[in-house]
Design a protein around this ligand. Sequence first.
Ligand code: DMJ
Length: 592
Amino acid sequence: LSGPSWLQPPGTGAAQSPRKAPRRPGPGVCGPAHWGYVLGGRGRGPDEYEKRYSGAFPPQLRAQMRDLARGMFVFGYDNYMAHAFPQDELNPIHCRGRGPDRGDPSNLNINDVLGNYSLTLVDALDTLAIMGNSSEFQKAVKLVINTVSFDKDSTVQVFEATIRVLGSLLSAHRIITDSKQPFGDMTIKDYDNELLYMAHDLAVRLLPAFENTKTGIPYPRVNLKTGVPPDTNNETCTAGAGSLLVEFGILSRLLGDSTFEWVARRAVKALWNLRSNDTGLLGNVVNIQTGHWVGKQSGLGAGLDSFYEYLLKSYILFGEKEDLEMFNAAYQSIQNYLRRGREACNEGEGDPPLYVNVNMFSGQLMNTWIDSLQAFFPGLQVLIGDVEDAICLHAFYYAIWKRYGALPERYNWQLQAPDVLFYPLRPELVESTYLLYQATKNPFYLHVGMDILQSLEKYTKVKCGYATLHHVIDKSTEDRMESFFLSETCKYLYLLFDEDNPVHKSGTRYMFTTEGHIVSVDEHLRELPWKEFFSEEGGQDQGGKSVHRPKPHELKVINSSSNCNRVPDERRYFLPLKSVYMRQIDQMVGLI
Ligand code: DMJ
């Protein structure tokens, strides 16, 4: 085989040998010695990359960028409210609203997400709070309480309704009822847990997806009024079925009703038990009745992304060790079979590392593209302390962004060209940029954020909002602004530049759901208000001793907003990557 070493199966030659284990942080991981190493400031002379990116980012420019990010959100939100509410989404070019496509039930791209429940308003709630806009937050919450209903004849995807709607309702509920009110006064007069009841109502309507399934893996879609449609599909993607535990778990623990967490956890375990015995990998599409893998592709992007994310985040939130154990095993398999290229990302011989798509049973390469969803992975690596690898993977995606001013949905690394050309304003690269900035405090990431902000302004801003890029090369647009643009893309951009935001101030511990909704990590969510059901030993280890569930302060994982923002005062403004590495990547995506 010729071409980059990413084509080679793992283990062929020293440069391609699988990484033995993730580089786990030891105590004091965020201290100066560690960052001195990761940031690579070891006697290199300045060059064009260093000149461009490593200069300190002036505070005024930072404030300007924060205001630009806020302005971006406000422009999208105000236009949605003016032209689209109470419909689900804004068509930003024609200044109209958009709801489910009733004329074409097979239009899943629309109908999976739009449930006729004012999706964009609901999804945007906690961004309003994070930006400190208490009057609009209070107004929006009241609108949701008074106008949104889930008693609709809409067939939606269980996953989308969970992460965008259920997650947002729970996040806003927690913000309203937080006794500390860190974002300003976000309380609602006479609030009587209405958002929590709405979340419960929605979750109950999603429950039929978990019934009559032989494996416990849920049906992908339900009708909110009538349950699982008779002609429904038995095939689901792994991420869709296996990333419900964060929202369902929070709901269960707030209500003291184990049902929701139980069904979500059963689904995760059923999927986990179907992993390959040889590689430990999962596929991307499975039949919920037979447990047969219909899609055998294993990768980090579409179909699997948030499955991995929620194994770790469930552990962070609920402290159940089995979630961390599954995550650790999955991470090891990813390192063994998906990661190609040289072992150390920032130095050594061979191609820079890349995570490819392989057959779950054989580990053989299945194609030569990566997708833009995979750009979330460096953010997840930050959470477990594999920061150096995160820095390198993020740089690869940033190089693609620099080339097109956006991320194509799929990029073919062999052809050095996009395979799928649209960019629907996705947040993943910004999310990783924000988390890497919190971990390193390196101004490189502020430069990256500025680049992203400026290209969004230049290529996607239209008359009434921000539009999906139809074609990242000719920059033509499509009349759609997905709800995650306000709930995630704008939020992460704002947080990147808003130095003093309560989300990343010490003393607070927030985690982001896969839709970017904040949830505080606290003791309360680790207390089970019901008899333990999820560990096979019924909450007891083999010897009958009670299982130790770690307290939040005992967590070894890095919470971006707790440990790593305590960067020493003598901050080291070096490039996080060696220039030679960046040049290599720029070459590999055809930039130079
Ligand atoms: C969002 O709905 C979530 O981030 C999800 O995890 C993946 N897809 C979109 C954004 O791209």
